[in-house]
Design a protein. Structure first.
Length: 166
């Protein structure tokens, strides 16, 4: 802050003081009062606004408490995969939540969008975790790896998207 900015900030405070202190008053008293007011103003001007900081921290903590981690998996099966093999994959994926306690939410479905933008992906599996640590346990979990062994021979492509809910 330069001197001109400081003068504009202090002017509304200083100007009325000339009416409070007539010309015959001791200038030391006027200067002391102005110095004290200026120091108080500058101390408050540079201090961090802890109200906003606490508000931001509370909002972030609230977001973490209310937010969950979604793990979205889309499968495109090979053209020669039988209906029975696809059903085995569906059943194997659906068994994971009972085997891996870190999965706190699970649903799945088959694409029925009329938009024609699916690029051949037919199956969507939607898992929910409370934390990235829970997801980190899930990914290398032996039951997840065993599911991968059932899936891989029939899989043409996969897309995975993870996100924190807002």
């Amino acid at each position: 802050m330069d001197g001109n900015q400081l003068l504009w900030i202090l002017y509304p405070i200083i100007n009325p003081l000339f009416y409070i202190f007539p010309k015959n008053h001791d200038m030391k008293l006027v200067f002391s009062t102005l110095s004290l007011l200026g120091a108080l103003l500058l101390m408050g001007y540079g201090a961090p606004n802890t109200n906003n900081l606490n508000k931001d921290l509370n909002m972030e903590n609230s977001k973490k408490q209310d937010s969950v981690l979604r793990h979205v998996v889309l499968f495109k099966f090979k053209a020669n995969t039988s209906k029975e093999d696809i059903e085995k994959v569906e059943a194997a994926f659906s068994a994971l939540p009972s085997k891996i306690p870190q999965i706190v939410g699970y649903e799945w479905g088959i694409n029925n969008s009329p938009e024609g933008l699916d690029k051949g992906f037919t199956h969507c599996f939607f898992l929910t975790f409370h934390s990235e640590e829970d997801r980190a346990i899930y990914l290398p979990h032996p039951d997840h790896k065993a599911f991968g062994a059932i899936l891989t021979p029939h899989l043409e492509d996969v897309t995975v998207v993870d996100y924190w809910t807002n």
